[in-house]
Write a protein that binds this ligand. Structure first.
Ligand code: SF4
Ligand code: SF4
Length: 187
């Protein structure tokens, strides 16, 4: 058993979208579907032409934060949303009744409706695909040309992610909400 999380060296993101394509291909997500599973947000450039602050324009890769205190799990009336043995927040599509409570409760807008199954879906840290095959990286991590993402076991003090979080400053998104995300953005 592990407690999986991900560190993102987000300032290295070049918005090539290789992670989005790899995720879709690996996990059978419809190509072209926007903000399904993972996406890259773009911070707007500050200032006015011609005095634009180009440096302020950064890309922010995002996805389900696999919150330790997940509001989506709390509101799910059928217990379709659950924590698996590795702390990954999952959806049992057989139990999902598409009430959308979880989509409204998620502060990160991380969930979407899979039109093919008419159930809610989201990032699974490749639990059903790469991890099930014994791989130790997610598709997005594996394909990123600038090595933005580091996936691993937060409970293993020797894991690459644990060492990164011990040695680099980092922050979580909307941490004031108390959701305890397991995605960490390195500064
Ligand atoms: S990011 Fe949203 S979908 Fe993911 S665990 Fe947190 S509340 Fe749930
Ligand atoms: S839409 Fe599905 S997963 Fe979400 S709260 Fe309703 S039953 Fe649970």
């Amino acid at each position: 058993m592990a407690r999986y999380g991900m560190a993102l060296d987000y300032k290295n993101c070049i918005n090539c979208k290789a992670c989005e394509v790899a995720c879709k291909e690996e996990n059978g997500v419809l190509l072209g579907a926007d903000k399904h599973r993972i996406w890259v947000g773009v911070n707007e450039v500050e200032g006015e032409w011609p005095l634009l602050d180009i440096v302020s324009s950064t890309f922010l890769p995002s996805q389900c934060q696999h919150c330790d205190n997940a509001p989506c799990q709390e509101v799910c009336p059928t217990h379709a949303t659950y924590y698996d043995e590795n702390g990954v927040v999952r959806v049992d599509s057989n139990k999902c009744i598409l009430c959308s409570y979880c989509m409204n409760a998620c502060p990160y807008d991380a969930r979407y409706v899979d039109d093919r199954t008419m159930t809610v879906d989201k990032c699974t840290f490749c639990s059903d695909t790469r991890l099930a095959r014994g791989e130790t990286t997610t598709a997005c991590q594996n394909t990123c040309p600038t090595k933005v993402r580091t996936f691993g076991d937060l409970d293993d003090p020797e894991s690459e992610i644990s060492i990164l979080l011990k040695t680099r400053e980092h922050f979580s998104l909307k941490s004031h909400l108390g959701t305890k995300p397991k995605l960490f953005y390195l500064t």
